[in-house]
Design a protein around this ligand. Structure first.
Ligand code: G3H
Length: 478
């Protein structure tokens, strides 16, 4: 069936023998845009076997050659930015310009990975025994970093290309093979990205991309004995995966409730601009989006007014028009967001704009005077709806931030950098941004969440290290 995109295994594009497909619904039209293969468990088994044998040869391929292929893939990916961005627009309703940015950023990430990899993997350690009590200088210990084996990469819908390559490139430079399971919304963008790796000429079987239903192959993949490491970005599913996975390293990033703490001396124009960028870009569908504003009461009116003026200027419409606010990814997501909004309404939040929804398109909404008994004070809408909680002390803000089950990023706005440092130390999050909205990038910065926000640390250097294991050889002198 020519209408169904093929999956990628053994260096070839294949139809699934299941004869079934999965539909990808365009969030804007709410009609089927593409179809992908519904791979079977048998096909997953095959891919795992191929990944295992391809990895053994790849690990022996010189590091500089691995880097060379990655640089090639990066260049090809950038050449393909227009058609891939078009898929992102259709599959996940990402605004057209942001979709292009995602692809270009991904090319840069791959190249940086190649460069970083040849440096950090090209070095090891040399230790001698006589520094530990009771030992003579009779043992020399050599360390190097070896690959883990087969890495299972599961990126989320909001960055199907970028958060795939942020797993693929570190895995490959470190000598691992990759099995990619893309999100359903975003699967075709991911397949096109994989095509760029294919064109670069990586060995057969080293990279595979299996598409299908989570219910059929989800657990089967994550619990597969052939998997040596899982790198996952997404929602609660990650918690379930971590409970079921075997004794393998896990890298997980599972969302957040990033707080924006605004002090009395903050530059309110700067804060308002960052709340718009942080809270509403890609319609709030970023794990690092500003998801709650904690503002000192004395400046709250002024800040809310400035934010409202900017909200009024946001364009709302289809991603093809490069609108600021585009339809959220699915109807169930829109329903979930609506549930949070209605709960806040019932409990007395102040609506700064009228709540408006057409299909999956939700107009940007700022909710003032939100209180802790409202669901939106704690849950992440993953949509263009942002709660404001007024606080009477910095401690109150820190307390709210730390009471969250999430701990991804946070930000604090003040001109007093000493105070900002103390607040950063007090906030139980993986990163705190001073005077800017939360963000993962630049992509070589460490990126990590604590509590339910994740396991391990990402960012290019950390991911490369995480996808290796230390190997030592000890020379025993006579
Ligand atoms: O959605 C989660 C992403 O890791 C956030 O990345 O800060 O570049 O939007 P971003």
């Amino acid at each position: 069936d020519g209408d169904v995109f093929k999956y990628y295994a053994d260096g070839e594009w294949k139809k699934s023998s299941s004869g079934k497909s999965v539909a990808i619904i365009n969030p804007t039209t709410r009609k089927t845009q593409y179809k992908v293969q519904a791979c079977s468990q048998e096909e997953v088994n095959k891919v795992m076997d191929l990944a295992k044998s391809a990895q053994k040869l790849w690990a022996k391929t010189p590091l500089w050659k691995r880097a060379e292929l990655l640089h090639k893939a990066a260049a090809i990916l950038k050449e393909h930015k227009a058609p891939i961005a078009e898929c992102l627009v259709k599959e996940i309703a990402k605004p057209a310009k942001d979709a292009v940015t995602e692809v270009v950023r991904s090319g840069d990430l791959i190249s940086y990975c190649a460069e970083e990899g040849v440096r950090i993997l090209g070095e090891g350690k040399f230790l001698v025994s006589d520094s530990f009590p009771g030992n003579e200088r009779t043992k020399y210990c050599l360390t190097s970093k070896i690959p883990l084996g087969v890495i299972l990469a599961i990126p989320p819908f909001n960055y199907p290309v970028n958060l795939a390559v942020s797993k693929i490139a570190p895995a490959l430079i470190a000598g691992n093979s990759i099995v990619l399971k893309p999100p359903t919304q975003g699967a075709v963008s991911a397949l096109h990205m994989v095509h760029c790796f294919h064109l670069a000429g990586f060995p057969k079987g080293l990279i595979s991309c299996v598409t299908g239903k989570g219910s059929e192959i989800g657990d089967f993949l994550t619990m597969h004995p052939g998997v040596n490491c899982i790198s996952f970005t997404g929602g609660d599913t990650g918690i379930a995966i971590s409970k079921k996975a075997g004794m393998i390293p896990l890298q997980m990033e599972l969302g957040g409730k990033d707080a924006c703490i605004v002090l009395e001396d903050a530059d309110l124009d700067l804060v308002a601009a960052n709340i718009i960028k942080g809270g509403f870009s890609y319609s709030g569908q970023r794990c690092t989006a500003v998801k709650v504003v904690l503002v000192m009461e004395s400046v709250a009116d002024a800040l809310v007014e400035k934010v409202n003026a900017k909200v009024a200027k946001l364009s709302v419409g289809p991603p093809e028009n490069d609108s600021d606010i585009t339809p959220v990814v699915s109807e169930s997501s829109a329903n979930f967001i609506e549930g949070l909004v209605l709960d806040a309404k019932e409990k007395g939040a102040t609506f700064c704009q009228e709540y408006k929804r057409e299909g999956n398109l939700i107009w940007p909404l700022l909710l003032d005077n939100v209180r802790p008994d409202m669901r939106i004070a704690w849950e992440e809408p993953f949509g263009p709806v942002l709660p404001v909680i007024r606080i009477n002390s910095v401690e109150e803000g820190i307390h709210h931030c730390n009471a969250s089950n999430f701990g991804l990023q946070g930000c604090v706005f003040t001109k007093d950098v000493n105070k900002a440092m103390l607040i950063s130390d007090a906030m139980e999050t993986g990163t705190v941004q001073i005077n800017s909205a939360p963000a993962r990038g630049p992509d070589h910065f460490p990126f990590q969440g604590i509590k339910d926000s994740g396991i391990g640390s990402q960012g290019i250097t950390n991911s490369i290290n995480m996808m290796t294991k230390v190997k030592t050889t000890v020379i025993n002198l006579p």
